[in-house]
Design a protein around this ligand. Structure first.
Ligand code: AP5
Ligand code: NA
Length: 335
């Protein structure tokens, strides 16, 4: 469950970010002052429209690896328009069973993905205009057909991004998951979630069995807790040890770009090295984290161990880094 967004991707100079008050390597929600930015982007730039939305990206990637349709279902809200139809078509083509809540009056959400260069020293700034995605309501989960889907599901994945939209829906799924001894997984998604939505995030954490994030999100999470450390391993240990409703130990998985993936299971830390991609193979890292989660979950839901799940996460991330946006090659060669 997350925000289904259509990414409007283009290359910009740093001055463009300055003009619109955006930061390098950041992800924010836009406000009214960015309306003209979207107009300028579509008028004066060559843009690519790419299906996006963090969890939807992850599910498309998981389906690509699982190679058997409808193993995953997606909940989120879109408008009744071309962009919404495009998102649904692309997700279905990938094998995701999309169950959108359709808003008749508000437009499908978009996300400006502004890129400069290819690797981490350059930048990539995301500015999401949630629109219809922001209007998701808990009623959608109450529908009979969706109740059935929820009952049949064994794993749940929700992004931190969705905390800005509908926390009661997240609590509903997470509580159901805990009650039936299923697995509830959450992504920290972006530093602003820990900075500005910490109370809501903290209500959900006790129900989280698996927590994903990258190093910046880990640092923002630590800062919000008042933990005086930026050491990713230490933060992961502390996050794993936070109070939890069920007795299952919490798994924390923090990625750090080309640096090792840090995994804490209970009180045990393991680092999994990442094979670095040569610079000439990197097209853009947009969607790397989402792809990692997709690859990880594709194995984890089959009961494969953590090592196999991380290996598949890294494989998926690298395939996405070699292409624009969060898109996968047509055939999956992963075994
Ligand atoms: P974005 O946040 O860019 O996606 P992401 O998948 O998280 O990509 P990042 O580049 O931030 O990756 P990361 O830092 O998380 O992972 P890491 O670098 O550690 O967002 C993309 C999507 O978000 C868009 O489609 C947009 O629609 C959506 N979005 C934005 N706002 C939203 C909102 N409000 N609601 C919903 N959706 C929203 O890398 C992970 C792994 O990749 C590593 O562990 C490694 O295995 C591999 N890797 C990374 N770099 C290298 C390298 N150089 N060589 C080899 N492997 C590498
Ligand atoms: Na990310």
């Amino acid at each position: 469950m997350c925000n289904p967004l259509l990414d409007i991707q283009t290359t910009v100079e740093k001055s463009f970010l300055d003009k619109w008050g955006l930061k390098e390597n950041d992800a924010i929600l836009c406000d009214d002052k960015h309306n003209d930015m979207f107009t300028e982007l579509t008028k004066d730039f060559t843009v690519e429209y790419i299906p996006g939305g963090a969890a939807q990206n992850s599910l498309r990637v998981a389906q690509w690896i699982l190679n058997s349709p409808n193993r995953t279902v997606f909940f989120g809200a879109v408008g009744k328009d071309q962009y919404g139809e495009l998102l649904a078509t692309k997700a279905k083509e990938a094998g995701v069973n999309v169950q959108y809540q359709i808003n008749e009056t508000v437009k499908t959400g978009t996300c400006a993905a502004l890129i400069n260069g290819t690797h981490r020293n350059d930048f990539r700034s995301l500015c999401a205009h949630l629109a219809a995605a922001n209007t998701f309501t808990q009623d959608h989960l109450q529908k009979e057909e969706n109740q059935k889907i929820i009952e049949q599901a064994k794993y749940f994945y929700v992004t931190g991004f969705f905390i800005t939209v509908c926390p009661p829906a997240i609590i509903q799924l997470a509580t159901h998951s805990a009650e039936f001894n299923k697995t509830f997984t959450l992504n920290l998604s972006a530093p602003f979630i820990s900075q500005f939505f910490f109370d809501k995030l903290s209500e959900i954490i006790p129900l989280v069995d698996v927590l994903f994030g990258n190093e910046d999100e880990a640092a923002a999470f630590a800062n919000a807790h008042g933990w005086e450390t930026t050491c990713v391993k230490e933060i992961a240990l502390k996050a794993a040890a936070l109070p939890k409703k069920s007795t299952k130990p919490r798994l924390v998985v923090f990625t750090q770009g080309p640096e090792p993936v840090v995994v804490v299971e209970g009180d045990k830390v393991t680092e999994y090295p990442v094979t670095r991609l040569p610079k000439e193979e990197i097209v853009d890292t947009n969607g790397a984290g989402d792809a990692f989660v997709g690859g990880f979950l594709s194995q984890f839901i089959q009961g494969k161990g953590i090592e196999a799940s991380v290996a598949c996460g890294s494989y998926a991330a690298q395939e996405i880094i070699k292409k624009h946006g969060c898109t996968v090659p047509s055939v999956c060669k992963y075994h």
